[in-house]
Design a binder for this molecule. Structure first.
Ligand SMILES: Cc1cc2nc3c(=O)[nH]c(=O)nc-3n(C[C@H](O)[C@H](O)[C@H](O)COP(=O)(O)OP(=O)(O)OC[C@H]3O[C@@H](n4cnc5c(N)ncnc54)[C@H](O)[C@@H]3O)c2cc1C
Length: 512
């Protein structure tokens, strides 16, 4: 791109500070009153906001966040519920459509989870939860002790086998990047002595659907067996952010220069080419309300576009997000990761009276042998410190993709209600209709195209370093949950990735 094009594009308004660089196109940009940003952050999710916050708090004055949506927060999004709660209710009538739990608040061996620290700083409550669960059979009756015993055995034996496989301790199956969890599951079943009973097989299927498909948000055939346990747990119990994740996001965003409805289309880092006349990354895009183009020039750019979004760009017939195009090895590394899908069907009643005595734990499984894992796992917010009259039904992986693609909201809600009606059947009661129902569709969401990343069978865990290596000598960096080696797929991983990238920028600018 030539300098004139920069001057001719619609430029960011309001910024009055200009770069002190007087060489090459920097001079031209100054002359045309184009602000040269120290840092442009793409995306206002947890990673982007953490990056911008850190940069501003550490002295960078010239920082802007560009966000394609009309709201901040990305995959954290708390919405109000249409119910009124008693004045002394412990949590507001609101629900998180995306991330909901702080995974591991920390324990004696770890620092507090960054989301806990952020909550403390913001004066926001954190509600610790337990993972207690109960399970009902397909007819709505509580599962037998024999079932519980089989389930407990499988929940110990299979993860143990999978870990031994990854450590190279399963003689018949050497660890291989291409192996999926499904392959190892097959071997486990074949080698188990004595052979699994039918009850144990059923319990194993129920266990893997809950602990793998919903946890990693994709099918067993997609999940890498070798690297499934590569990510780390923060430690300590999980918690709910007491006012929802959006309250944390609002706190982080205070005072930042955020441009909403600004869709970035091209990241031009061609200045690294010998013939280039300028020293800036150009961020070009479109204002989605007005349709007008914009171009921002930045010394540093942190790109937090989600993995699903990046992959969709890279697989276009003529990819043009990156100029110059990414090297094939980097592009292939990005494509080698998986973007899973988790769907929530949020069912809200005025109060929890109809189920309070029936379901007493936060987690509830209502088994569905006809289609294991489909509309079968529920989270009961009434049994958490939030005490909300809400049940959330989850679908994951290809089940969630098929449901999103083929069913309308009312059909999805009916499917999620049917197992609950079965719980009431033994007592002859009818399920009261919910006051409100919300269905998430993160797979169809054009800004993320999925819920969160996972290591796909065939990928290498350490491919993250190659996939998200900074470009342009460190001027164009990647951040976001998908880039964090230890805590991918989480809000705190996203946050830490943003901090890490911003720290690199602040340090580099200080050294110049
Ligand atoms: C249903 C669901 C449940 C989850 N549950 C949990 C949980 O309980 N606990 C947990 O820790 N994590 C959970 N996660 C994962 C967690 O939400 C994410 O890991 C985290 O929020 C990702 O933050 P991020 O900043 O990396 O990405 P995002 O939040 O997706 O932010 C990226 C931003 O970039 C913007 N963007 C994309 N393309 C462009 C473009 N071209 N131009 C401008 N802007 C663009 C997007 O609009 C978005 O705002 C869940 C996610 C989902 C979807």
């Amino acid at each position: 791109m030539r300098n004139e094009e920069v001057a001719g594009a619609e430029l960011a308004d309001g910024a009055s500070r200009h770069a002190d660089d007087s060489r090459g196109s920097g001079r031209r940009l100054m002359q045309s009153s184009t602000p040269i940003y120290d840092l442009v952050v793409i995306g206002s999710g947890m990673a982007g906001l953490a990056a911008a916050r850190y940069a501003v708090d550490n002295g960078l004055e010239n920082v802007v966040v560009v966000e394609g949506r009309e709201r901040i927060g990305g995959r954290t999004f708390t919405v109000p519920l249409n119910i009124s709660l008693p004045a002394d209710a412990p949590a507001p009538a609101a629900i998180d459509l995306g991330a909901a739990w702080i995974h591991g608040v920390g324990n004696a061996n770890t620092a507090p989870n960054p989301m806990v620290s952020l909550s403390t700083k913001a004066g926001l409550p954190v509600l610790k939860v337990t993972a207690r669960d109960e399970s009902f059979g397909p007819q709505g009756l509580p599962d037998s002790d024999a079932w519980d015993k089989a389930y407990t055995a499988m929940s110990e034996e299979f993860p143990d086998y999978l870990e031994r496989y990854a450590d190279g301790d399963v003689a018949s199956m050497r660890p291989n990047d291409r192996d999926s969890v499904n392959n190892v599951l097959g071997r486990f079943v074949a080698e188990r002595r004595p052979p699994l009973t039918q009850l144990q097989k059923d319990a194993l299927i129920q266990y893997v659907q809950t602990e793998f498909v919903l946890e990693y948000a994709d099918d067993l055939s997609q999940l890498s067996a070798r690297y499934i346990y590569e990510d780390r747990n923060w430690g300590g119990p999980d918690a709910l952010p007491g006012r929802g994740f959006s309250a944390l996001v609002r706190h982080l965003s205070a005072g930042l220069d955020i441009r909403l409805r600004s869709k970035v289309d091209v990241l031009d880092y061609s200045f690294t080419r010998p013939e280039a006349q300028r020293r800036y990354v150009l961020v070009s895009g479109t204002n989605t309300s007005t349709g007008r183009p914009f171009t921002l020039a930045a010394k540093y750019v942190i790109n937090t576009m989600p993995l699903g979004y990046l992959q969709a760009q890279l697989t276009k017939p003529a990819p043009n997000l990156f100029r110059p195009a990414l090297r094939p090895a980097q592009s292939a590394a990005i494509m080698s990761f998986g973007m899973g899908l988790l769907q929530k069907v949020i069912l809200v009643w005025p109060d929890a009276s109809w189920w309070e005595e029936l379901i007493t734990t936060p987690w509830v499984a209502i088994r569905n042998p006809a289609q294991p894992g489909a509309f079968s796992e529920y989270y009961n917010l009434a049994a958490t410190p939030a005490e909300l009259p809400v049940l959330i039904c989850f679908n994951g992986g290809s089940i969630a993709r098929n449901v999103e693609a083929s069913m309308n909201d009312s059909a999805i809600v009916s499917r999620a209600l049917a197992p609950l009606q079965r719980l009431l059947a033994p007592s002859g009661r009818r399920l009261p209709p919910p006051a409100q129902a919300l269905v998430t569709r993160w797979g169809a969401d054009p800004w993320t195209r999925g819920a969160y990343s996972f290591i796909k069978a065939g990928a290498r865990a350490n491919a993250r370093a190659a996939a998200f290596a900074p470009l342009a000598g460190g001027r164009l960096l990647f951040a976001g949950e998908h880039t964090h080696a230890d805590y991918p797929s989480t809000v705190h991983g996203a946050y830490l990735s943003g901090l890490g990238a911003a720290e690199a920028v602040v340090d580099a600018l200080a050294d110049r």
